[in-house]
Design a protein around this ligand. Sequence first.
Ligand code: NAD
Length: 349
Amino acid sequence: MGTYTITVLPGDGIGPEVTEQAVRVLQRVASRYGHTFNTTQALVGVSAIEAEGDAILFGAVGGSPRYEGPDAKIQPERALFRLRKDLELFANLRPVRPLKALLNASTIKPEVLQGTDLVVVRELTGGIYFGKPSEIRETAHGYDAIDTLIYTEAEIERILRTAFELSLGRRKKVTSVDKANVLSSSRLWRRTADRVAADFPDVAFDHLLVDACAMHLIRRPASFDVIVTENMFGDILTDEASMLAGSMGMLPSASLGTRRTNHGVFGLYEPIHGSAPDIAGQDKANPIAAILTVAMMLRLSLGLKREADAVERAVEVVIDAGYRTEDLREAGKEVVGTREMGRLIVEAI
Ligand code: NAD
């Protein structure tokens, strides 16, 4: 029995809807296992950055037309980027393990998916999303625009080490993904990866160009164990990888740094999906990604492995029983809303 402090940041769009179900799951774990989870809700921003405690549970941000488009000066996504940067959460872990009962829900053939159990380790606080300058500029000949892709060797080394260490508790295989045939930053990435790999002689290691990786992810997904890559490649590849699990609404993520808590490593936990404005407020969003982030948080930040297993098992039980949200609609299965899916999972814990 323990006491843990968690900051909850529901955000925009479907963020509050799926986070509400995730918090219900957490409360159920509390009563079932006798823990106390002190949760504080906050708006994304300074209050989040100053948050003490064990972990942050995050929904999603963005999705308002007012803040999108080429002329938008304020972008809600920046709040999330700052949060990751200021808390130095440089390692984003995105596990992809399609549930057996959902193999048919994917657009990929079940025999290709069989045995898939991979994790993408995405570098989160460097690269083109943070490099300066980044702007649209007026010139004598019209507009031009610039983004800057920059990585230091130290940034590359720490994310590579995270990936190798993670692989030791798994199938001991690391694939480093870059674009070394074109980009200088990728050539430094590859050189550093080779150097780090030499410290892990028991781990099978290979390099893959990002374009080839995009192809192999849907051709032979089961052959991957740990994939490690830079910020933007990881962003794009994991949306693709989410289709292996049937829906974006199934994939959780954990963002970790070096800050420790009394129970584990401090982390920010969020589904990989965004605010989904097309379905917001309609009780249609799949809350499973948000609920599985609770499982990752229990395991990694709170040191509660048994409880994490219970949440993951409950999700599997409900899916096995034939319940689906709209995004996983399948003939012969019962489609339920966000709240009902949350309730079923709570009941199964
Ligand atoms: P999105 O992830 O919000 O949605 C993509 C598609 O997947 C939509 O059709 C949506 O309905 C569906 N989807 C996503 N999550 C779902 C769920 N839980 N259940 C069922 N269906 C789900 O991406 P988008 O539409 O490109 O972006 C919408 C907004 O979200 C943008 O403002 C974007 O910048 C922002 N965004 C935020 C984050 C974040 O907060 N971490 C991540 C990605 C996008």
